[in-house]
Design a protein around this ligand. Sequence first.
Ligand SMILES: N[C@@H](CCC(=O)N[C@@H](CS)C(=O)NCC(=O)O)C(=O)O
Length: 214
Amino acid sequence: MKLFTYFRSSAAFRARIALNLKEIDYEPAFVDLRPNVAAQRTPEFLAVNPQGLVPALQHEGMTFTQSLAIIEYLDELYPHPPFLPASPADRAHVRAMALTVACDMHPLNNSRVLSYLRAPMGRDEDTLNAWYQHWIATGFRSLEEDAKRLTGDGRHMFGKSVTLADIFIVPQMYNARRFKCDLGSYPTLRTICAHLESLPAFARAVPEAQPDAG
Ligand SMILES: N[C@@H](CCC(=O)N[C@@H](CS)C(=O)NCC(=O)O)C(=O)O
């Protein structure tokens, strides 16, 4: 398997965690997203993913995009350890937490949105930081309540083992720290992430552990 990745991309971070949890030996292909390089907009990469976004996964002659689709593909191909619980209701709870990150938080704060706010919208760095922190707080407030209700041991978003919700919360928490968001109101999320980050599959996926980390 080949994963198109960039060390700082939180969507690629999710895919790296999932590959590590499934113990899949993958070949990384580095796509440099820095504005002065913008490898994601080259014809070569657009031929891989016309959206110009990482991650993308190549396997058996096919290319897959969108981190959630990639991770569910891996889970269906390699069912152990499972990323979703057994019952339909529990699966819906786990998916809802992952989707809060994937659909309601990350798209508002990803690099192309921040770049667009900078230019052509002409917003300064203070405004961008306020924007970033606002959407982190909005998402984390609800995830804190979800996790309090659904965790089984205070160390996982749902139940007592790693699920899709854990794969999505850790990269988002990493970025929230990077952008110096106030995390004081989310003790459950902080405790869960501290535990998850201590697991080898998560620790090996962090941006600073990647070969392309600058
Ligand atoms: N919904 C997509 C989001 C992918 C995404 O936004 N990737 C970012 C990095 S985290 C990217 O490639 N950005 C390049 C750009 O903004 O030009 C997913 O989950 O895979």
